[in-house]
Design a protein around this ligand. Structure first.
Ligand code: PHE
Length: 454
């Protein structure tokens, strides 16, 4: 495909919705609450917000720059930005991260389908808290059922990806994202009107600074990158479909704000409910799946609430899996000249393979560990806490140090037609603050500072 007839998104709202669709997903509604619950509540939220503002937002803008300027897939884009150098390896970091994330994300996405099914069949009512836990563990440690749902989810993603950019990604995001917001707001109102909702709100919004440890900081940073879909070229790929007139600054700001809003809304839905019914906030990855059905059944029309909630979760997951899948598909399609269908098939098959192992790591493969982590947890840890921050750091260094400021500014201001008041601050963050902060957070987690203090 030449630069000029490369596919683009058809409308302004489509651009924003597709990017929001990528950002808002299981990361916000499944991962954010359980990480918050395990990392001290409000303290985590505070560090998370700092990471979003100081690292996530500037990086998102940078990825938009790279994507629209190069109009290439992730791997090809770095060749345009730094031709003839090894920087293109950074693109591969993104393509591999896309595979690995899909490898565990699709499993959780599959669970949402099971829970939609259970909501409809009435299986989610009339149980005790222990039964919910037992039944969930029985389900996810099984062999065929979770794998089947993982397969169904990958097939759904595959179908949308093969329909192409405009008709597939854009149209589905346009319909799904507004529904998602509506449902979230309804659930929020339901949750904050529960008895003792204030305890949950306090847990989420009243920070205890003593809880900020090195691993809380690393987790917050990982969560910020994961949730905003930055650090692996996903938004580079999407921005390569942006039109000439897309306002990159406004888009980055809107996506960041909406993504953060959804995460906080998810927290506002989950924590008051968790405390109201005496459930542990630190339940872990199961939080959404074990505690909420329990909560829903104590509400009037519980089956309806749980159905609505899991549909919401599946929709959010789908708009994200589409974006992850597109990173790898666009790479194979453009760099290896495969047809869209074949490229997508290769990605789906690879992801299915990883998905099967991840899914089995809750059951028959639970003793197969890498660095002490199950396969599922390993994929999660390596991508969110290492590959994305690492990729993000190198992206900041590349653009901050190598790209001509005039080119950067021209692209971010649409050739000077829109102002960029904070350009110098942005460039400073890119060049110094972001790389240094990310390195320090890594070193801190590795225990370097404790070691120096000794
Ligand atoms: N941001 C998505 C979510 O929150 C996950 C994702 C990560 C998507 C990285 C694309 C790239 O669920």
């Amino acid at each position: 495909m030449t630069q000029d007839n490369r596919a683009t998104f058809g409308s302004k709202i489509g651009v924003i919705l597709a990017s929001v669709g990528s950002a808002v997903g299981l990361g916000n509604i499944w991962r954010f609450p359980y990480e918050t619950g395990q990392n001290g509540g409000a303290a985590f939220l505070l560090v998370y917000c700092l990471c979003v503002l100081l690292l996530g937002l500037p990086l998102m803008l940078t990825e938009f720059f790279i994507g629209r300027y190069s109009r290439k897939n992730t791997a090809g884009a770095f060749q345009v930005i730094a031709p003839g150098t090894k920087w293109n390896l950074l693109g591969y970091n993104g393509v591999i991260a896309a595979f690995l994330i899909l490898g565990f994300y699709s499993v959780v996405a599959g669970w949402t389908l099971e829970y939609i099914y259970q909501s409809l069949s009435g299986a989610l009512s009339g149980k005790t808290a222990e039964q919910f836990t037992q039944d969930f563990n029985l389900f996810n440690s099984g062999i065929f059922r979770p794998i089947l749902w993982t397969f169904a989810f990958i097939a759904l993603t595959h179908f949308i990806i093969t329909s192409g950019v405009k008709s597939g990604i854009e149209r589905s995001s346009k319909i799904m994202m507004p529904i998602l917001f509506l449902i979230l707001v309804i659930l929020c109102i339901r949750s904050v009107t529960l008895p003792d909702a204030s305890v949950g709100l306090k847990f989420l919004f009243h920070p205890d600074f003593g809880k900020i440890t090195s691993s809380v900081v690393l987790s917050s940073m990982g969560q910020a990158f994961f949730s905003l879909s930055v650090g692996m070229g996903c938004l580079i790929t999407y921005a390569s479909y942006f039109g000439k007139n897309t306002n990159l600054q406004k888009t980055a700001l809107s996506v960041t704000l909406l993504d953060t809003l959804v995460a906080i809304l998810a927290g506002v839905i989950i924590f008051p409910a968790v405390f109201s019914f005496g459930i542990k906030p630190s339940a872990g990855p199961e939080l959404v799946f074990i505690t909420l059905p329990n909560v829903f059944q104590h509400l009037p029309l519980g089956g309806l609430w749980s159905f609505v909630f899991y549909v919401l979760l599946a929709i959010a997951a789908l708009t994200s899996t589409i974006s992850l899948h597109e990173v790898a598909t666009a790479y194979i399609l453009e760099e290896h000249h495969f047809t869209r269908k074949r490229a997508a098939f290769i990605v789906s098959a690879g992801v299915m393979f990883l998905g099967i192992i991840s899914s089995l790591s809750f059951g028959v493969l639970k003793d197969f560990t890498i660095f002490g982590l199950t396969f599922f947890n390993f994929l999660d840890y390596v991508t969110a806490k290492i590959m994305l921050p690492f990729g993000g750091m190198l992206t900041c260094i590349l653009v901050g140090w190598r790209v001509d400021r005039k080119i950067l500014k021209a692209e971010l201001t649409n050739k000077g037609t829109i102002p960029f008041y904070f350009f110098n601050i942005y460039a400073f963050i890119l060049k110094y603050i972001a790389p240094v902060a990310i390195v320090l957070i890594f070193l801190n987690e590795l225990g370097l500072f404790k070691w120096i203090e000794k």
